[in-house]
Design a protein around this ligand. Sequence first.
Ligand code: MTE
Ligand code: MO
Length: 360
Amino acid sequence: MSSPSERKARLIVHGDQPYNAEPPLGRLRAAYRTPAEDFYVRSHGDLPDLEPETWRLTVEGGDGVTGELSLHDLQTRFPEVTVTATMQCAGNRRADLRAVAPVSGDPWDAGAIGTAAWTGVRLGDVLRAFGVTDDAGLHVAFECHDRVEGRPYGASIPLAKAMAPETLLAHAMNGAPLLPEHGFPVRAVVPGFAGVRSPKWLRRLAVQRHPSDNPIQADDYKLYPPDVTAESADPTRGHTIDTMPLNAAICEPDRGATLKAGPNRVRGYAVSGDRAIVRVDVSGNGGRSWRQADLEHETDAPFAWTFWSVDLDLPPGEHELAVRAWDAAGQTQPALPDDVWNHKGYLCTCWHRLRVRAEA
Ligand SMILES: Nc1nc2c(c(=O)[nH]1)N[C@H]1C(S)=C(S)[C@@H](COP(=O)(O)O)O[C@H]1N2
Ligand SMILES: [Mo]
């Protein structure tokens, strides 16, 4: 395993404490499964340093059934499963919203996303072992070892999603133990949901009647209308961001690149929380005309992104490249950042655009 400072040097760092960093987009597009050291890191507090031998997960299941699991228990008492799934921060592409008006939070480019083969056990298998049955309306609340403003990080998901076969307690990423910054020794992986609902460095989970009352769940990661401000926001009325919407980004060429006029390869990703990507349109003229990209998607990975590529013929001059994806419900993305702007800078799903220059 590379050292923390070697890994940090590979990424574009938005902040050190808490540590937040994303890969350059060209490197992100280089592999369908993102190498762990190129995977964005989103943390709200410290990075806990945990010993796998002494680590325990406290589980509060149904009807007062409570217990503790060691890493060894998790790995031996439940079937091992691997799910290839995309993880994405709700703040991915926030930088595009900042261009409209100020927003809070780090100015993520389109790299607050990655895809990995996550190995672990089904959260549903663990819950069933603790007396939990599919009971509509309940929630699974997680508590973690990192502290955010004096409180442990915590979040919750509906029990129905916790029991879904894709939802894991993962201990490995792309065949290797989780890196410390990605939640070693065990994190939740909730495919299709915003990254915030996949807690790292797990310590406790509980089945309960209400969502977690942790500020991360109760106050943050809510989607507000454009006329709501930091002062007027009422978290009980904001939409809780769970399933992620349709999105797409251009990873190559780089924003502002100077290219050789003629055919140029344009590549990127498209993603949707729980629907298939059926089409990706790419424009070399800001959306006046479009070409269909070739799609690359892994079979048996319904919660993983789709890679796309297309050759655009770019004459000498300035060009605005744009991309928009379509999902299995025939829906596509809004054109402008103004259409989706919100003061917290979440869910930036407008066409991804960038300018390039072609020279003869
Ligand atoms: N314990 C804990 N879990 C966490 C977070 C955190 O700060 N602490 N950040 C969440 C957010 S907002 C995201 S987007 C993902 C990022 O996972 P990664 O850093 O492995 O990419 O982790 C989630 N799980
Ligand atoms: Mo996030």
